[in-house]
Design a protein around this ligand. Structure first.
Ligand SMILES: NC(=O)c1ccc[n+]([C@@H]2O[C@H](COP(=O)([O-])OP(=O)(O)OC[C@H]3O[C@@H](n4cnc5c(N)ncnc54)[C@H](OP(=O)(O)O)[C@@H]3O)[C@@H](O)[C@H]2O)c1
Length: 602
């Protein structure tokens, strides 16, 4: 069985990216979102899901992730998590905008790792070499993935490229010179982008493409809340079969952790320690966590259990000793039958830090007395799957037996300790997606009324030439991105589509002082002008953490700053990025509004 798991760090109960990026957005813990399936749902429901996705983005960005995984501090309502993401995949990273994106991601420390997806690694070599002299660019790991022609990658290859990332920026695009396009816009800007979106939409949860957002968690047992929960754990060591190991689970008030500790020995044929917390021991649930704990009748008996059907797995926020531990989940009254999964702890965490292990429910194995039940020959049990809506108990195990029933090769008799800050249920969520598109993509398709209203916009050279139908292909690519949010099998990937006007590297005589220009946003594809690639890249990186841009398609350009009365050059419009983006309509809302010519023209 392939075991998928991941680890993230947490510092003193404050999410890691707080340290990484230094932002200080105060956030309180939000209840998780329940109910995500809405394909074909009425508009009302789809809109609700857009709002939900906006929250999702907000949650993702106001909390933290590291190393392409989530990390959590669900316990502290007063913590100050920061904007930031773990891994960002950049398609077209060796392009002119792509290079600026890499620079911005690294200089802003907007993520922990950049996955630079390029056609040819040599196109980035000089750029990265020049960074060596600049310490401000060296804090983020750049993982260059040379993949050749993107248009030749099938869904599996694309899926592999975005596996485990927190965000994707698409800045690839067929570029044309005098000799025409090297790559067909139909193949790259449309078909490849469509394929990538379909990977994200359909394969997300199945193939682990998604990442885990810290806030998509509920606390099952939170030891930061006080000493009551550890008292609910009982030890069931190997003495029940003649062994001499001994363990306990107690509350450590200095550290606000539950401590699973003991001495394990193989004397007397033993070799395991095990502690277990029954759901019945932690009623009422609110004292210990937020996960729904219900008490229902099963065959005439009242059986308390956690209902985690809305979640994808268990996350443990722990600090261990380098040992491999197992988690037991009991879901039925079948004697001695549990579902089991393992995780390996680090032994070199900095003081005061925790790591989060994500264990998908789908990877739990039915086990009885340490043996997978299928090896007992029981056909009925072989087909067993963990039922997350009936979790009666949660256990922690240190054992000489590995998950498959054989000897654990790294088993070490002696003292062990596993400090547990909390046990959560987590939900997988898809990466956010930023697509760089182009102004004018709709203009070839404007209705006559709009063409008449804006003849100067409908007649710009790119619209008149529209080489290889590039604008239409870019629009089709955009459409694929827009469907991400309404796709059935994902929670709805938060996306933003940025239609840039003419790009510029700051050396354009018609566009002096590009870096100082003020950002102007628009919708309706009515924008002309210029924007520097540096400024555009900075905007895209900021958008990673800006939920106000969510589910929106918009144009952007730079305009010279308005001079203030005293001539200082201070901006007259002092709106923040979030405020500017807030004024833009989401795509659904926009689609509902019929286009009307402005009053002056009608
Ligand atoms: N130029 C403008 O005024 C303007 C205005 C609005 C929007 N845009 C759009 O903004 C995006 C970025 O623009 P830019 O000026 O930064 O473009 P660029 O420098 O030409 O970058 C395009 C990127 O796409 C990659 N690419 C092209 N074909 C590929 C293929 N078959 N396989 C793999 N990678 C491929 C290129 O790889 P290599 O590095 O290997 O060549 C390059 O990294 C483009 O989509 C462009 O259409 C441009």
């Amino acid at each position: 069985m392939q075991v998928r798991r991941s680890v993230a760090l947490e510092y003193f109960g404050i999410v890691t990216m707080f340290v990484v990026s230094g932002h200080t957005t105060v956030k309180s813990f939000r209840k998780p979102l329940v109910g995500s399936r809405y394909a074909g749902a009425p508009l009302e429901r789809r809109l609700w899901n857009k709002r939900k996705c906006a929250r999702l983005w907000m949650q993702q960005t106001s909390s933290a992730g590291t190393a392409g995984t989530g990390t959590a501090d669900a316990s502290s309502t007063d913590s100050k998590p920061t904007a930031g993401v773990g891994t960002v995949a950049v398609f077209g990273a060796s392009g002119r905008t792509g290079k600026q994106l890499l620079r911005q991601l690294c200089s802003q420390r907007a993520c922990r790792q950049v996955r630079a997806i390029v056609r040819d690694a040599s196109r980035l070599r000089n750029e990265l070499a020049s960074w060596k002299q600049d310490p401000s660019l060296n804090g983020v790991h750049v993982d260059v993935r040379a993949v050749g022609d993107l248009t030749r990658l099938d869904s599996n290859a694309l899926s592999e490229l975005v596996r485990g990332v927190d965000a994707i920026i698409w800045s690839a695009g067929a570029s044309g010179g005098r000799d025409g396009f090297q790559t067909s816009p139909a193949a790259l800007d449309e078909a490849t982008l469509q394929r990538l979106c379909s990977v994200l939409a359909t394969e997300s949860t199945a193939n682990g493409v998604t990442f885990r957002s810290p806030d998509e968690m509920v606390r099952v047992l939170d030891f930061g809340r006080g000493p009551l929960v550890p008292a609910a754990f009982t030890a069931v060591d190997d003495v029940i079969m003649g062994g001499q190991s001994k363990s306990s689970f107690h509350f450590d008030s200095n550290d606000s952790v539950g401590l699973f500790t003991g001495l394990v020995t193989t004397d007397g044929g033993g070799g395991f320690c095990h502690v277990r917390c029954d759901a019945s021991a932690v009623m009422p649930a609110e004292r210990f966590g937020d996960a729904p704990l219900v008490n229902v009748d099963e065959n005439g008996r009242s059986v308390p259990h956690w209902d985690l059907a809305a979640y994808d797995g268990i996350a443990l926020v722990v600090r261990g000793d380098g040992r491999r531990y197992k988690v037991n989940l009991k879901t039925s009254s079948e004697p001695e039958l549990v579902f089991q999964q393992e995780f390996v702890t680090s032994d070199d965490l900095p003081p005061g830090t925790f790591e989060t292990h994500f264990l998908p429910f789908a990877d739990f194995v039915p086990v009885r007395r340490g043996e997978p039940v299928y090896s007992t020959g029981s056909a009925q049990l072989y087909a067993m799957k963990l039922d997350p809506n009936r979790i009666r108990s949660v256990g922690l195990v240190y054992s000489k037996v590995a998950i498959g029933g054989g000897p654990a090769i790294d088993f070490r008799p002696g003292r062990f300790h596993l400090a547990c800050r909390r046990i959560c249920a987590y939900r997988q969520v898809p990466p956010r997606f930023l697509a760089l598109s182009s102004a004018a993509v709709t203009r070839p398709y404007w209705p006559p009324l709009k063409r008449q209203a804006y003849p100067e916009l409908a007649q710009v050279p790119i619209v008149k030439l529209n080489p290889a139908g590039v604008l239409g292909h870019k629009l089709a690519g955009e459409d694929a991105v827009r469907t991400l949010v309404s796709h059935r099998s994902s929670l709805g990937a938060p996306y933003a589509i940025v239609r840039a006007v003419g790009l510029n590297d700051g050396d354009d005589p018609d566009f002096p002082g590009a870096a100082q220009g003020e950002l102007r946003f628009g919708q309706g594809d009515l924008m002309v002008g210029k924007i520097s690639r540096t400024v555009l890249a900075e905007l895209l990186v900021n958008l990673l953490n800006e939920p106000e841009g969510f589910c929106k398609t918009f144009e952007v350009k730079q305009e010279p700053k308005t001079m203030s009365r005293n001539g200082t050059g201070a901006s007259a419009a002092t709106l923040s990025l979030a405020e500017k983006l807030r004024q833009l309509r989401t795509d659904v809302a926009r689609a509902l509004k019929p286009w009307n010519p402005p009053p002056s023209l009608s």
